[in-house]
Design a protein around this ligand. Sequence first.
Ligand code: NAP
Length: 445
Amino acid sequence: MEQILAAIQGGASGTDIGHLPIPESYRAAFVRREDVDMFEGVDSAQKDPTKSIHIDQVPTPELAPDEVYLAVMASSINFNTVWTSIFEPLPTFGFLDRLARESELAARHSQPYHVIGSDASGVVLRVGNAVRNWKPGDRVTVHCNHVDDQDPTAHDDSMLALNQRIWGFETNFGGLADLSIVKANQLMPKPTHLSWEEAAVNALCNSTSYRMLVGQNGARMKQGDDVLVWGATGGIGGYAIQYVLNGGGTPIGVVSSPERAELLNKMGCEAVIDRRAEGYQFWSDEHTQDESEWRRFGKKIRELVGEDPDIVFEHPGRSTMGASIFAVKRGGTVVTCAATSGYMIEFDNRHFWMKLKKLISSHFANYHEAAAANKLVYQGKIHPIMSDVYSLDQVGDAALTVHRNQAEGKLGVLCLAPEEGLGIDDPEKRDRIGEDKITRFRTTP
Ligand code: NAP
């Protein structure tokens, strides 16, 4: 890998990069099949990713014709890194074994280890012989929608494909590594004004928020909409706020500390609810929700923006869904992509049907949506929300920080990139866009 890094750093041509030998093994972050029961009986919140995530050499897999070998310069932590590392709601090895049954080359994915990570920026090293649009030397980011485009179900909305998977979560050989294999249809041009790590943090969360709010498959936000965003400085929330502001809407951001409230104000989000300071208790006990708390929450939103929200951007799940369905306006839309606090949700159907509300499910993004979201980052209209950067050796610590809800926005991870700030190809564009916007979430200099 040293030779590869030296070539990239030294500005080698695509042809030269294409002739570099691919190493037989590479450094990667992975969980082990033999560990899937290690947290049995431990409370979710106490499960510690530093104990289950290992960093070591793994063998380089063979390349399929529609794939590329990617030198991963940087990657990022996603919440799915947490799910994989605490083996919840299921150990991910079941996904890998199911994929392995699909074809001879898919069998590569079933291993005693699962290389994790669903984001990356890097340089294409080698392309399979069915790859047309990319070549060695291309500087790219990667979206995580892994679909087999020879299946007809992948050709309307690829998120509806029967074989749709999330790369690095439901497939092996993910991005938290020095090398990865990705399908060519996961590649997108790297934004030229961003460093490797700034470019690596966006694709998963940014594309998810794009589909939920902007694309034709989500809530289809329009100018003037009031949009309530839970976890508004978190991974997907930090992009959602930007989309609402860009699209002429009014965001109402919910966070859990004065520091996060201040960050929202700096982003231009004026309507902010500090849920901890307000002390909402939507559940009075494990089985009972308190409608008077929903009403108190709804009243707060009206105080801030004068009316009920047109859209609620949902992902905490069990703890908030009842309140979200209650608070969204008559005829409004709740769009959900997750259930961090629990997936068996409950809401009062009377408020839902009598007020003709809508609930839309959303999951990542198809290639078209991911590319549209990447274009906005490329153009400097959507910015990375990276607060901190870790080394590959520290992936366990970074995942623990996210698991504990202690991180703002996104955490970048340096893989092959030896230090922060490398990979900026167009510094003039960066100046035009503005360092303050690009680094707004940074907590460390
Ligand atoms: P994150 O960076 O950890 O942010 C989540 C935010 O949600 C936190 O900052 C927290 O904000 C808020 N939150 C957490 N628990 C809450 C609760 N009980 N009630 C209210 N707010 C709560 O995570 P993320 O990357 O944004 O991901 C959020 C969820 O979406 C995860 O479950 C993830 O797996 C899922 N996800 C799904 C997709 C998909 O394609 N389906 C894609 C990306 C993410 P405050 O404490 O400040 O309020």
